[in-house]
Design a protein around this ligand. Structure first.
Ligand code: NAD
Length: 365
């Protein structure tokens, strides 16, 4: 007689992981009719509703998707807190291939799940999503940002993001050189996409000597058509003799390999998650004497831009708010140097201090 093979009980650590990382709520969403499988992560709502984009990605497992949503939603808490916004941190992931499985019904079903949270989570665009997708989600819920301009949204956030990165870079220059002029500085911008090109515009205008790299020829062509820059090979960018390295492509470029090669005094760019390992490489950067402007602080122009949609959008106000990134970067670099802690840790402490202070006033009548 055949006996059913019993598999070992799978260890479920979701609640423990939530406790360790400080999450308030995780919402698992499933709908057979549309094939929707999604997870909404609400990390912290002390400062306001948890805002963060929805990522659609072909995750290898549910566990991988959960790990991503836990990490990303926590990151949003710190980003909004340090940017001085009254927003908490959240993020959502839809499990699936955005090129094959994304359709109106699936997105609208997801919108209904977002709506069921009554505004505790507000969604936006992320990898695998675009403004058209936000329109479908908007058909089912008002708790969505990043809508196209013709629907009253804030449109492309990259100009504000790039301006904030520029402010963070200037503050870093002031910290290292005693003045914030970038005139004559040798700056390598990795990635000539949306953020990269707007940033290059500011740098060229100020008279910096700009090196650029990209993996796509058309992006490089577009960039060299617009600006006077020197193109370098994608790999060679780490070996240049430069003053400032500005990662504006993908994350993880501050790692064991590149930190042995980089010869710059400052790292300041728009890419998310630049430190491959936050604690290990954050410390290595400090030990090498490189001044690192934390990514989640200086690229917060994107969330500043989107935040404007909640209170009525005004591009000038968003730009003005992004200017504060200069002051906060100075404060963070000062703490990092005085306490000999990585600037990443210093920035997280500044963000946490604000959350704790506001939590206290929320408790008083
Ligand atoms: P984008 O896709 O427009 O540009 C990225 C560019 O990097 C592309 O041109 C791509 O070809 C290039 N690239 C990829 N790998 C590369 C490599 N190894 N070497 C050189 N170039 C490479 O994206 P974006 O909107 O400009 O965003 C850039 C980064 O900034 C991302 O990490 C994004 O998460 C982050 N960010 C963007 C915003 C925003 O407002 N767009 C806000 C916050 C953070």
């Amino acid at each position: 007689m055949e006996t059913a093979v019993k598999s070992a009980p799978v260890e479920l650590n979701v609640l423990n992981d939530m406790k360790t990382m400080g999450h308030e709520q995780i919402v698992f969403c499933q709908d057979e009719a549309t094939g929707l499988k999604a997870i909404i992560g609400i990390h912290n709502t002390v400062l306001g509703p948890a805002l963060g984009g929805t990522r659609m990605w072909h995750y290898a497992s549910d566990a991988e998707a959960l790990e991503d949503v836990l990490r990303l939603s926590r990151g949003m808490t710190y980003k909004s807190a340090i940017a001085g916004l009254n927003l908490g941190g959240g993020k959502a992931v839809i499990i699936g291939d955005s090129r094959k499985q994304k359709n109106e019904a699936l997105l609208r079903r997801f919108g209904k799940f977002v709506d069921s949270l009554g505004g505790k989570y507000i969604t936006a665009e992320d990898v695998g999503m675009n403004t058209r997708d936000m329109e479908f989600i908007h058909m089912e819920t008002h708790h969505v940002t990043g809508l196209p301009e013709y629907l009253g949204g804030s449109g492309d956030p990259s100009p504000v993001t790039a301006y904030g990165v520029y402010m963070g870079m200037k503050a870093s220059a002031k910290f290292v050189y005693g003045n914030d002029s970038l005139h004559g500085k040798k700056i390598a911008v990795q990635g000539t996409g949306h953020v990269g090109q707007y940033l290059i515009g500011h740098l060229v205008n100020e008279g910096a000597k700009v090196y650029v790299s990209d993996i796509f020829e058309d992006r490089i062509k577009e960039c060299t058509y617009k600006f006077k820059v020197e193109v370098v090979d994608a790999e060679a960018i780490y070996d240049l003799d430069i003053d400032i390295y500005a990662p504006c492509a993908l994350g993880g470029t501050l790692n064991d390999d590149t930190l042995n090669r980089l010869k710059c005094a400052i790292v300041a760019g728009g890419a998310n998650n630049q430190l491959k390992n936050e604690s290990v490489h954050g410390k290595r950067v400090l030990e090498k004497g490189i001044v690192y402007a934390p990514d989640f602080l200086i690229n917060s122009g994107g969330i500043i831009n989107v935040y404007g949609e909640i209170a009525g959008y005004d591009k000038q106000a968003a730009m003005k708010k992004a200017e504060f990134i200069y002051e906060v970067t100075q404060e963070v670099l000062k703490i990092s140097s005085e306490q000999q802690i990585s600037s990443q840790v210093a920035a997280m402490q500044v963000a946490q201090r604000r959350i704790d202070a506001i939590a206290r006033i929320n408790q008083t009548l």
